[in-house]
Design a protein around this ligand. Structure first.
Ligand code: ZN
Ligand code: ZN
Length: 150
């Protein structure tokens, strides 16, 4: 069922609205995605270019490889898109974490598994701690903002 969802960068300068048909997303483990985000992988949601509207301003872009560009916010650095460099490509990917409701998406596949970090794939059994249980983070939030982040 088609649904219009929204998202944007951390500072709010770049915002978008996009029509999606499914909640399916994927993880890319390629080295370009690792470098582009500083993470071990990146969660991406494929969308149709014609269904995407930049509601504030378009993202800045840079060529992350000879075949692709990446959109980001030059004010805050949030990675926003992966796009093939040929403008004719009908689709592009949006970073799952940039959606206002990233929790709706579910991963359905991995890509570029030749460079995945095997030891980071299944971390479910590791000790987990909530943010508010970490005094060095919690106390700073309470002192500066007066509440914890959402
Ligand atoms: Zn920003
Ligand atoms: Zn990738």
């Amino acid at each position: 069922m088609a649904d219009t969802v929204t998202g944007g960068c951390q500072c709010g300068r770049v915002r978008y609205a996009v029509v999606i048909d499914t909640d399916e997303a994927y993880l890319c483990h390629c080295r370009m995605c690792q470098r582009a985000t500083g993470g071990v992988s990146i969660a991406l949601k494929g969308v149709t270019r014609a269904d995407l509207t930049w509601t504030t301003c378009a993202p800045d872009r840079y060529p992350s490889s000879p075949i692709a560009n990446r959109g980001f916010c030059s004010a805050c650095g949030t990675p926003l898109t992966f796009e093939f460099a040929d403008d004719e490509a009908p689709g592009l990917d949006l970073t799952v974490g940039s959606f206002d409701d990233p929790y709706r998406f579910r991963p359905t596949s991995h890509f570029a598994i030749e460079s995945w970090h095997d030891s980071w794939l299944n971390t479910r059994g590791l000790l987990g701690k909530r943010s508010e249980d970490n005094p060095s983070t919690r106390d700073r939030w309470m002192k500066v903002v007066g509440k914890l982040p959402e």
